[in-house]
Design a protein around this ligand. Sequence first.
Ligand code: HEC
Ligand code: HEC
Length: 303
Amino acid sequence: MHPVLKWAGAIAVVTAVLVVMVPVFLYVASEAVIERRYPLPAIEEPAAPSPKTVERGFHLAQISGCSDCHGADFNGRLLKGAEPLRVWSSNLRLSAARMSDGEFERALRRGIASDATSLWAMPSADYAYMSEDDVAALLAYLRALGPAGPTRPRPVWDRGARLALLEGRIVPAVLTVRDSPSSLDLGPRYDGGRYLARISCGECHGTNLAGSLERNIPDLDVVSLYSRAAFFDLLRRGIGAHRRHIPAMMRLSSIRFHVLADYEIMTLYDYLDARAHAPPALLVREKANELRRRAAIEAQSEE
Ligand code: HEC
Ligand code: HEC
């Protein structure tokens, strides 16, 4: 055979092998992550609901954004903004009826689905420290609504989504829970505000409330520019300091934050204002703690 033909033949064979192997590799490597089972932590059964609980659950579902993603009637829907993964928020009325208390707690606070795989677009990191009473209240509220509506599909892993997964652009919720930094701890006096900020502002401003440059979301230390009255106006009506209109917060005030009680807005303000004025020594200590935590996570994943 002519050497050129021989080479052409060899190249054709190699190309054919690659054409077959690359998608196989993409599939096998991503499937290992998608189908990974996580160890199930011991279940902390949520506390038994009291009569006030259902009301509290409804309030929490509004302020912490469940209804924002799972829909006003909690039936679930195709989520916008999670591309390239096509992911539906679950129908929580069906989930609450089907899941045990422990399964609900694991999904909500740890990002683990009932079959021990990870959830994907569920922001469990924001709820990782939600109190047992509040978890129980949410569950009691959803169960009180009763099952209704369609079952939503599982996420669709096409080639683009698998590639994004292997490149780290899509991260299992379980790992986001593990890796999300906390906001500054200012002691028990400010715990209430810190708690509220995590469950209701963390979704966009970050679990450490430091904002995001790429998404143009400010660090919540901007609250130091607000008087208490102006902060009330921001959360109740979406109007910023110096009467600036803030469309993103205006939408949120009308669907979520207008239901915040006065005392909740006060504790949020107290915490965010104190955080903005925190002494440098505290910030240095917090940074050191965070570095230590990261090192521990890295050491663990190398084992
Ligand atoms: C940013 C959007 C978003 C917010 C906010 C959100 N969820 Fe989800 N949640 C999802 C998505 C999407 C899924 C399912 C798909 C996935 O992530 O794998 C999900 C799944 C769940 C599941 C698992 C259900 C099942 O059947 O497996 C539970 C439970 C849940 N969410 C409860 C809540 C509660 C309670 C809140 C409010 C405290 C909340 N979610 C807030 C997006 C969200
Ligand atoms: C769903 C996403 C989302 C959530 C949840 C959210 N924010 Fe925001 N917030 C934004 C965005 C986006 C901006 C930037 C808007 C702009 O500058 O146009 C913003 C801006 C702000 C600002 C700056 C306003 C200014 O004067 O420039 C403050 C203060 C603020 N948010 C407070 C809060 C507080 C407090 C919470 C929780 C109670 C919260 N946000 C929850 C998305 C969010």
